[in-house]
Design a protein around this ligand. Structure first.
Ligand code: NAI
Length: 286
């Protein structure tokens, strides 16, 4: 049978999550997604109204189908963790079972198992502040939403992932090189995500025969990236300085993810794979 993929962090057709979903669908996978609760209504109504129809067209002309959309908030593991003000928030109260444990329980009930887990989400409330001006709460929130969210998702999903399965997350070179503007502890969060990729590759590999990799992606004009505020500059910088002087398309990252999730990559785990037109290899801009 075909593989089943759960992609966490899809709320429109502009980001890496959507592109990865498409590449996996093109390779024959069944697609289910997790959407951040506050973005769920807009995403589902846009899907229904056909706003994404053009973006659903796969290379062979067929259409990507999303079998199911689950509400999720990756900063909460179980209902006990949810503060009152969030519980009673109108947008949250309108959905149910969106903590990580409840989400995985629902996927288990609906589908039994998955083969591929994709983590394509990040959040840093103080991302526009330099690290030197970041509060403890802002820093911890960035780590919670952008790093521990992956640990938590893998921890819960691994029990329903078929052996030979794979997980993929998205990271950014600000984890290892200075990228002024990527603040609020987001650089720290990506460093944690990359380190966890290695440790989790060991633990999930030994115990469950699951591979764990992360893609260090170049700049893309996603909703999240536009919110940071320096995306145009990063895209221009990359076009000017990378070995490959072209704009990076989300599809190129999607295709790399589909490769990493496939048996073609059966010996690749614990890796940070650069999909960035080679920019990471440059020492100076020329
Ligand atoms: P995006 O806006 O398409 O995706 C981010 C998603 O995270 C959104 O759908 C948002 O609703 C969701 N999200 C935020 N907080 C959440 C939470 N608590 N629970 C569940 N979902 C939550 O933007 P993009 O850029 O495609 O981001 C996907 C991944 O790619 C992120 O990890 C990002 O750091 C990474 N990345 C992006 C780059 C870029 O230039 N756009 C470059 C390198 C990495």
């Amino acid at each position: 049978r075909g593989k089943r993929a759960f992609i966490a962090g899809v709320a429109d057709d502009q980001g890496y999550g959507w592109a990865i979903a498409k590449s996996l669908a093109a390779a024959g996978a069944e697609i289910i997604v997790g959407t951040w609760v506050p973005a769920l209504n807009i995403f589902e109504s846009s899907l229904r109204r056909g706003k994404f129809d053009e973006s659903c067209v796969l290379p062979d002309g067929s259409l990507m189908e999303i079998t199911k959309v689950y509400p999720m908030d990756a900063v909460y593991d179980s209902p006990d963790d949810v503060p009152e003000d969030v519980k009673s928030n109108k947008r949250y109260a309108g959905s149910s079972k969106w903590t990580v444990k409840e989400l995985v329980e629902s996927v288990k009930q609906d589908f039994g198992s998955i083969d591929i887990l994709v983590h394509s989400l990040a959040n840093g409330p103080e991302v526009s502040k330099p690290l030197l001006e970041t509060s403890r709460n802002g820093y911890l929130a960035a780590i919670s939403a952008s790093s521990y969210s992956f640990v938590s998702l893998l921890k819960e999903f691994v029990s329903i992932m078929n052996p030979g399965g794979a997980s993929i997350s998205l990271t950014y070179i600000a984890s290892e090189r200075i990228i002024p503007g990527y603040g609020g502890g987001m650089s720290s969060a990506k460093a944690a995500l990359e380190s966890d990729t290695r440790v989790l590759a060991f633990e999930a590999g030994r115990k469950h025969k699951i591979r764990v990799n992360t893609i260090s992606a170049g700049p893309l004009r996603s909703r999240a990236a536009k919110a940071i505020g320096f995306i145009e500059m990063m895209i221009d910088y990359s076009s000017a300085n990378a070995p490959l002087q072209k704009e990076l398309s989300a599809e190129e990252v999607g295709n790399a993810a589909a490769f990493l999730a496939s048996p073609l990559a059966s010996a690749i785990t614990g890796a940070v794979v650069y999909v960035d037109n080679g920019l990471n290899a440059m020492g100076v801009g020329v």
